[in-house]
Design a protein around this ligand. Structure first.
Ligand SMILES: NC(=O)c1ccc[n+]([C@@H]2O[C@H](COP(=O)([O-])OP(=O)(O)OC[C@H]3O[C@@H](n4cnc5c(N)ncnc54)[C@H](O)[C@@H]3O)[C@@H](O)[C@H]2O)c1
Length: 346
């Protein structure tokens, strides 16, 4: 069956990989992105690309008037969880209002054509907040503890409300610490793997918040993108929520060593004051495994090796401070320095 799908955030990391998988099935892919975090060179050949902002209700309405979609993958967001405390207005506008615009147009398409698209949404493990036990599983009640996680959980609830009201079919994924080729290496606020790789390649010390014993189950993109792409055609994924990613937690200290090994360099670390973050978290991908057969997860050493090889061939832009910090009280000192310019490399 030939599908026409929409992917928001198509110039970003996960979106570009999902687009590749959709194209490989022979589907027609329309992709939108405002290029706030993504790059046009990430967009796979064959995607019909439109530079649009999902926060513009007018732009998204016009888009849906031009196409009927079988599936909509809504991935556009700014996923800087730690920074979201300091940019809460931007976070809720971009990540929550942008999502409601997409939900509205999916529902309106159903009313107009009689065919509701299957909405695939990338939420986040951030919805679990500080979990009472590990690994986190989908039946646990979310209790997000930062604006990013709160916005993602609000989107999940809103999608479920649209499902109850109009029957909007959906699949919600909660990815965590995804890394791999085409990830933004220049964002100073997010994706520890990308930050470490940039610092290591540029001969800087790796900056670690606190003692580095915080753990995450780093997940290679190849363990995440294929099942996101397949969601609309796997019956058991309809109207369900899944954790997606690796199942083995590693400390940030171990990650730092793996990255330096991959680049064949010695480890040099700069310790920064601990920041307000969830210390230990990893998720169980068992629910997803019960409905979707996947190959064994990519080993961390292998995945980091692949990403390092790619990263060495990239022109890495200078990290830029976020333009509009809304609250600077308790901003981590390293981010404050970035803002005032004293840490900008010359
Ligand atoms: N990478 C991870 O570890 C991770 C973990 C959990 C959830 N997620 C979620 O997965 C999705 C993709 O994340 P990613 O890591 O690929 O991030 P990314 O920054 O590489 O991609 C997001 C893309 O969305 C675009 N975008 C942002 N705001 C937009 C707007 N208003 N209009 C149009 N485009 C906009 C950006 O330009 C970017 O290309 C996000 O929803 C994120 O919250 C990612």
């Amino acid at each position: 069956m030939s599908y026409r799908v929409l992917i928001t955030g198509v110039a970003g990391f996960i979106g570009s990989h999902v687009a590749e998988h959709c194209l490989s099935k022979g589907w027609k892919v329309v992709g939108v992105d405002d290029l706030s975090g993504g790059k046009t060179e990430n967009i796979p050949k064959g995607v019909v690309f439109l530079n649009l902002d999902v926060c513009s209700q007018q732009q998204i309405e016009l888009l849906f008037q031009g196409f009927d979609f079988d599936a909509v993958y809504h991935l556009a967001a700014y996923a800087a969880e730690g920074l979201s405390h300091f940019i809460r207005g931007y976070n809720y506008t971009n990540n929550l209002i942008g999502t409601t615009n997409i939900i509205n147009e999916c529902v309106k398409q159903g009313g107009r054509t009689g065919k509701l698209p299957h909405l695939v949404f990338t939420s986040s493990i951030a919805v679990y907040g500080h979990p009472e036990h590990l690994p986190v599983t989908e039946e646990m009640t979310p209790n997000p503890c930062d604006p990013y996680g709160i916005a993602k959980y609000a989107c999940e609830l809103d999608i479920k409300a649209a499902n109850k009201m109009w029957g909007l079919p959906y699949t919600i994924f909660r990815p965590y610490n995804v890394y791999g080729e085409r990830q933004n290496l220049s964002d100073p606020y997010r994706n520890v793997v990308g930050i470490f790789l940039r610092q290591a390649i540029q001969g800087q010390p790796l900056t670690i918040f606190g003692d580095g014993t915080q753990t995450r189950a780093f997940s290679h993109i190849d363990d995440v993108a294929p099942c996101i792409a397949d969601a609309p055609i796997v019956a058991a994924m309809k109207d369900e929520t899944f954790n997606v990613g690796g199942d083995t937690p590693f400390s940030v200290n171990v990650l730092a060593c793996q990255i330096m090994d991959a680049l064949d360099k010695g480890l040099v670390v700069e310790r920064l004051p601990e920041r307000n973050e969830v210390k230990f978290v990893y998720a169980s991908p068992e629910k997803l495994r019960s409905v979707y057969v996947r190959p064994d997860p990519v080993l961390l050493s292998e995945g980091i090796g692949r990403m390092a090889l790619w990263a060495k061939g990239q022109v890495i832009d200078e990290p830029k401070p976020f333009a509009n910090i809304e609250i600077d009280w308790k901003l981590p000192p390293s981010w404050e320095k970035l803002r005032t310019g004293s840490q900008v490399r010359r």
